[in-house]
Design a binder for this molecule. Structure first.
Ligand code: SF4
Length: 235
């Protein structure tokens, strides 16, 4: 039986298929992204949401350097920066709290039959998969990568609960926007096709460099450029 493909690998493939070829390299965690993600995991329906988030922020400032490889100074700076935006984030989040809570967070899912596994950020009411995103939100709707990752989690949840999950959420934490998305069959099918491509890449098939790949900030740029140069010497 081939190893299970993680939903995070589907996201990585959508960033660039070659990232799968190079495997998981240790990546420095961005302190602000780490803080935003952790803040959302401990979300509560406290009437004073901004107060709750602030209290959490100072707890995380102490705890995160103990758990992750991040400098206390870097976390401190990111906390001060976020502190000034907490009111705005809380104001945007407040109307969506009913969609997100009560919930389970960091839910491990796996299915041998689907050949997929993953850790879902939040299982929101109505067995709704919800992703926490710490980057920029699109003008409207959700990014394609987020939609397809949700489709992957919907497949896993559907298998677990023997039902069809056709709706998901994306929490764009930076702006406090929570966007709902319809999960269509075509996206479920795409996820399974990507799963097969990931398996083929892991077996040694080097994918082409996609057009418009974001190579400038890529963590494997040096290795990737070297292998392209070597390959071009042979062909
Ligand atoms: S350097 Fe560019 S082509 Fe290579 S893995 Fe990174 S994003 Fe993909």
């Amino acid at each position: 039986m081939p190893p299970l493909v993680r939903i995070s690998e589907i996201g990585r493939y959508l960033r660039c298929p070659r990232l799968i070829y190079y495997g998981n390299l240790p990546r420095k965690r961005d302190p602000e992204h780490l803080l935003l993600h952790s803040l959302m995991l401990s979300l509560s329906d406290d009437e004073n949401l901004a107060g709750h988030l602030r209290a959490d922020l100072s707890r995380l400032e102490q705890e995160l350097p103990l758990v992750y490889e991040v400098e206390p100074r870097e976390i401190g700076l990111a906390c001060s920066d976020l502190e000034g935006r907490i009111d705005e984030i809380a104001l945007s989040l407040q109307p969506s709290l009913g969609l997100l809570l009560p919930c389970e967070v960091e839910v491990d899912l796996r299915s041998e039959r689907l050949g997929l596994s993953g850790r879902l950020d939040r299982l929101a009411p109505g067995r709704t998969p919800s992703l926490i995103r710490t980057g920029r939100a699109p003008e409207e709707g959700v990014w394609k990568r987020d939609r397809l990752m949700l489709a992957g989690y919907a497949l896993l949840l559907g298998e677990k609960y023997q039902t069809k999950i056709d709706r998901g959420l994306v929490e764009y934490t930076r702006s406090g926007a929570v966007r709902a998305v319809q999960i269509h069959s075509v996206d479920r099918g795409r996820v399974l096709r990507i799963r097969d491509r990931i398996r083929a890449i892991k077996e040694g098939q080097m994918p082409d460099r996609p057009e418009g790949a974001m190579c400038e900030r890529c963590e494997v740029r040096e290795r990737c450029e070297t292998s392209v140069t070597l390959a071009s010497r042979f062909f």
